[in-house]
Ligand binder design. Structure first.
Ligand code: SF4
Length: 333
């Protein structure tokens, strides 16, 4: 039962702030979706959790797993001193496996019976049945779905406290996205691992997570329980994102019920483009102020504080319950 807490995380280079004052938490054994478009800081946040930020970037704030500070410690330090294990499932299975090595060698196991049995149990867990053929194959000889299942199996080898899956289905056909998402979330649940699911596709992720955080240009817009956030959004970007997704899905596809999982499996993501760049230049005010119809001079100059309301938290000076257009506010003044 692991809890991840990210508090006031800011990541910057000497010239640019990539992530600004991001706070959210993953409750023990929960699945948490981190949603945002390209360049919103999702993957760089994941790298900070993993301790894999490049030396040119400086991170401040706090990232704790079960109360132990992760920021500033390397992966080997975490394992040796703290016994913590965080697994990572990348978005491109073909690029993430060594093309010169057979699948069996990726598991780095000893040749004794116990180790070999453990690998076969992992293959069973990810629903790959032809063990001998799979283990003898090179990555290019497997299908995209089989390669992604191998990456999931590799992520589970150390019984991780936390699994981070970064766009795990973006390289797969639409028909495979739902089954792979279901496999990741059910394996995490079975093993008591917390799960951070990073994606730009809110409809797909909402069907498989109990918590959501929505980010825009390196800043947190809103975080809370999935069921609450889908019903009511305080931040205009959250409302826009969910509204756009609804228009591409069946009306009930964004409601987190067991039936929804099936419907979401069959749906197309609202956006198939996924740029890799995480480089964004944040200004002082609300990052959404350039496009927000409710923006005013305060929004343009000050980052809104994180405000808790019921089970959700958001950063907005004019949350949706009180949103009125700039023109209306000007008229009222
Ligand atoms: S109302 Fe202001 S603070 Fe809220 S999202 Fe719009 S620009 Fe940002």
């Amino acid at each position: 039962m692991s809890e991840l807490q990210i508090s006031s995380l800011t990541i910057a280079s000497s010239q640019t702030t990539l992530v600004r004052d991001v706070t959210f938490q993953i409750s023990p054994s929960s699945s948490h979706g981190l949603i945002g478009e390209s360049g919103s800081g999702k993957s760089i946040t994941a790298r900070a959790i993993l301790g894999l930020l490049p030396p040119s970037l400086n991170a401040t704030g706090s990232i704790t797993l079960n109360g132990l500070e992760l920021l500033g410690s390397s992966e080997s330090e975490r394992v040796q001193r703290q016994g913590l294990s965080i697994a990572y499932i990348p978005q491109d299975p073909l690029a993430s496996l060594d093309p010169t090595m057979r699948i069996g060698r990726h598991f780095h196991t000893r040749r004794n019976d116990q180790s070999q049995r453990a690998v076969r149990e992992l293959l069973d867990a990810v629903e790959l049945s032809d063990h001998e053929s799979i283990l003898r194959s090179y990555p290019h000889q497997l299908s995209g779905g089989q390669r992604q299942r191998i990456l999931i199996a590799l992520a589970l080898t150390r019984s991780p406290e936390l699994i981070i899956a970064d766009e795990p289905t973006s390289a797969l056909d639409a028909g495979l996205q739902g089954p792979i998402m279901r496999l990741i979330t059910s394996l995490a649940r079975q093993r008591g691992s917390s799960l951070l699911l990073i994606s730009h596709d809110i409809a797909l992720v909402a069907a498989f997570t109990s918590e959501l955080s929505i980010v825009y240009r390196g800043s947190l817009c809103e975080t809370g329980a999935t069921v609450d956030l889908l019903q009511h959004q305080y931040h205009p970007y959250s409302a826009d994102l969910i509204g756009r997704a609804r228009s591409f899905y069946q009306p009930s596809a964004l409601s987190p019920s067991p039936r929804t999982v099936i419907e979401a499996d069959e749906a197309e993501p609202y956006s198939s483009s996924h740029e890799r760049s995480e480089a964004v230049l944040l200004r002082h005010g609300c990052p959404y102020s350039r496009v927000c119809r409710s923006s005013d001079s305060q929004c343009e100059s000050v980052l809104p504080p994180l405000t808790a309301r019921g089970p959700s938290s958001f950063r907005c000076f004019h949350p949706s319950s009180s949103i009125e257009s700039k023109e209306t506010r000007d008229e009222r003044r």
